[in-house]
Design a protein around this ligand. Structure first.
Ligand code: AMP
Length: 249
């Protein structure tokens, strides 16, 4: 079985971000970039399925600039076998990414496609669902457990108030939730080995796909600064302030 994993390059989750001067997005100059955390979980899951003997090849794919090679190499160091960079302009919308991923799926014919449930930059949470619609594959989103059983995969999903288990007929699409697994760290020898693993670069333009934006960003603003709190000396004073100043009781 071949597993295809989509990985996105995003601003590292530890970085404190700020809005750019033109208020069109986040300032990314000189920021540390990393693999989207939910994509790390997706890569880990694919590697675990290979280690358990269910998969024989793990292919990672990223859509974006040449810089995405860094995240693809990181995935190769974790244990993926091969990488594909679909070179495209930065910041494509989810629909455009999903269309390009669908083209890669048509070429690669994986039995399982694993994506993160959302990218922490846009928080869009829609690429996996759109890819399922475009390919016609069944989808198991927000997976917290994945078990491959012959020609199907059982996906346990975190839903409001509990867990739901779905059985998807392969080929299928899964998006990963936080509790699916804990990603490993790459060892130094594996980082060295990853440099020699195949990484193919293809151009998005070669697919003849309409990647024009459907959305216009009107403006991006930072959240209002929280006002500092005050200290009260008694419960009576607190109640008085809540009643007469904040007017919440
Ligand atoms: P989103 O729908 O943007 O929140 O992203 C959900 C998931 O789709 C990510 O965790 C990735 O697995 C995949 N994805 C989104 N954008 C890209 C991209 N440019 N390249 C590769 N995978 C992506």
């Amino acid at each position: 079985m071949k597993i295809l994993v989509a990985v996105k390059r995003v601003v590292d989750y530890n970085v404190k971000i700020s809005v750019n001067a033109s208020q069109t997005g986040v300032e990314t100059t000189n920021l540390k970039m990393s693999m989207n955390p939910f994509c790390e979980i997706a890569v880990e899951e694919a590697i675990r399925q290979k280690e358990k003997g269910y998969a024989d090849e793990v292919v990672v794919v990223s859509v974006g600039s040449q810089a995405c090679q860094e995240q693809l190499r990181a995935a190769l160091a974790l244990g993926a076998d091969r990488a594909i960079l679909v070179e495209a302009e930065e910041g494509l919308e989810s629909l455009a990414v999903a269309k390009l991923l669908a083209a890669v799926v048509r070429q690669e014919q994986p039995e399982l496609v694993i994506l993160g449930k959302q990218a922490i930059d846009s928080d869009a949470n829609q690429t996996g669902q759109m890819l399922a619609a475009l390919t016609g594959y069944p989808q198991g989103t927000f997976a917290s457990e994945v078990n491959i059983v012959e020609k199907s995969v059982a996906v346990t999903r975190e839903i409001d108030g509990g867990l739901q288990t779905l059985s998807l007929i392969l080929p299928a699409i899964i998006t990963t939730d936080l509790r699916l697994n804990e990603p490993r760290y790459a060892s130094l020898p594996n980082i060295m080995k990853a440099k020699r693993k195949p990484l193919d670069v293809v151009s998005a333009a070669d697919y003849d796909i309409d990647t024009r934006p459907r959305l216009t960003t009107v403006s991006v603003v930072a959240p209002a600064q929280r006002e500092s709190g005050i200290r009260v000396s008694s419960v009576d004073e607190l109640l008085n302030k809540l009643k007469n100043e904040a007017k919440v009781i």
